[in-house]
Design a protein around this ligand. Structure first.
Ligand SMILES: [Mn+2]
Length: 413
């Protein structure tokens, strides 16, 4: 039995994007759909028996019609090919208010064949071409739902988290008692596990998370624990495998070095519980690359712009979202403007950011020519700059001025 496990598609994340002239879509939307397509294509072309999606289809709780159509198109392909597909509801899929529908509820409302929605904690018995399997769905729990049911006394956020953790642990234990041990079983959840590591998606989290510990879900009753929510792929436990497949696309530079993709799990249903896992592979998708280029301009450089360009050419940038971090001696500050650098560089797919840090002087920021009126050194620099003073001479004069100020105000920092 071959199972594809993926998660955190987050359609609608559109940072670092422009409009694609051919489609009118944001280029980042195309990136996200492209990596999503690779999961769907793999599942269909290699005829997998089951697809498990562990939550967060969209960026927002209220996805646009276009985003919903693009997600639905791809889920429909799986449905039409007869591949059973489990969709677990993530925190980005649920509204804050109790009784409002999640972004995935429409699939159970329409009763789409082969699509199973995990919007409550319960076990689904699913028939796959390779035999039956039990999926214990562990969706994101809405705080508001919880409060609505437990409104005896106002609780602090920490108390709410603790209460959710307790009730989830109990609910999982109750479900486990009802499982049929002769059938393979997967726990599929959208949740933070305390031991997991994050890269950058802190910015993607909506409020503070409740969490479970690995020991509460790595139970011998499960052949595999499929997780979503944390965007960094990681294997938290070998037996049973407790795995975050990770997201399909990078969101920011914190994920620059993370691989992106999905998991292929092979289970032998004829084996006894605990012996069913045959293999676990991570399959890379071709996600948009992020690249940081650090450049240090030497004191003796005769053409800093030229140096920046030749440094950039050492990297493959045609298909990457790039940021350039420049360190330069203060004397070049007049030469290096972001505009000029941007105009000079043409071989980058998307230039997200240029930062310039000047060594030595920090009191004045020449790009904006701002200096505070009570900063005499800063004012002196503006004066010298306006006089077109030679950079070396400027440095000497500034050093002398610093000495003088130190002598007058020896205790001033
Ligand atoms: Mn999430």
């Amino acid at each position: 039995m071959r199972i594809v496990h993926f998660s955190d598609v987050h359609i609608g994340v559109e940072n670092y994007s422009r409009i694609d002239p051919k489609t009118g879509f944001s280029t980042r939307l195309l990136d996200f759909l492209n990596s999503f397509d690779q999961v769907i294509d793999y599942s269909i072309n290699t005829n997998v028996d089951l697809v498990v999606f562990c939550g967060d289809a969209y960026k927002n709780r209220d996805p646009s019609q276009t985003h919903q159509r693009e997600f639905a198109k791809r889920i429909a392909l799986l449905s039409n090919k007869g591949i059973p597909t489990v969709l677990i509801v993530g925190n980005h899929d649920v509204p804050l208010v109790a009784n409002k529908a999640s972004a995935l509820d429409i699939y159970s409302t329409l009763d789409i064949p082969n699509i199973y929605i995990g919007n409550t904690l319960k076990t689904h018995l699913i028939t796959t071409p390779a035999g039956p399997i039990q999926i214990l769905a562990l969706p994101w729990i809405r705080r508001s739902n919880y409060l609505a049911k437990n409104d005896k006394a106002p609780l602090t956020p920490e108390e709410i988290n603790f209460a959710i953790q307790e009730s989830l642990t109990r609910a999982i234990q109750n479900e486990v008692k009802l499982l049929d041990k002769s059938i393979p079983t997967i726990l599929a959840g959208h949740i933070t596990i305390g031991e997991a590591k994050t890269s950058s998606e802190i910015s993607m989290m909506l409020g503070s998370d409740y969490l479970l510990l690995k020991s509460q879900i790595a139970l011998p009753d499960f052949d595999y624990v499929a997780l979503g929510h944390i965007h960094r792929h990681q294997i938290l436990e070998e037996s049973p495998p407790v795995v975050y497949s990770g997201s399909l696309e990078r969101i920011d530079f914190g994920e620059e070095n993370d691989k992106k993709g999905f998991c292929l799990v092979t289970i032998d249903p004829s084996q006894k519980q605990g012996k069913r896992i045959k293999s676990l592979e991570f399959k890379n998708v071709n996600a948009r690359k992020f690249l940081t280029i650090p450049i240090t301009i030497s004191e003796t450089s005769s053409n800093p712009i030229e140096d920046i360009l030749s440094n950039v050419l050492n990297f493959t940038t045609e298909d990457s979202i790039v940021r350039i971090k420049i360190k330069a001696p203060q004397k070049f500050s007049g030469l290096l403007t972001e505009n000029l650098i941007r105009k000079s560089i043409t071989n980058i797919y998307y230039l997200a950011q240029i930062s310039i840090e000047y060594t030595h002087e920090k009191l004045i920021h020449k790009e904006t020519n701002e200096t505070s009126s009570n900063d005499p050194i800063g004012l002196l620099k503006v004066f010298l700059k306006n006089q077109d003073t030679d950079p070396q001479k400027t440095q000497t004069l500034i050093d002398r001025a610093n000495q003088i100020f130190d002598e007058i105000n020896p205790n001033e920092i």
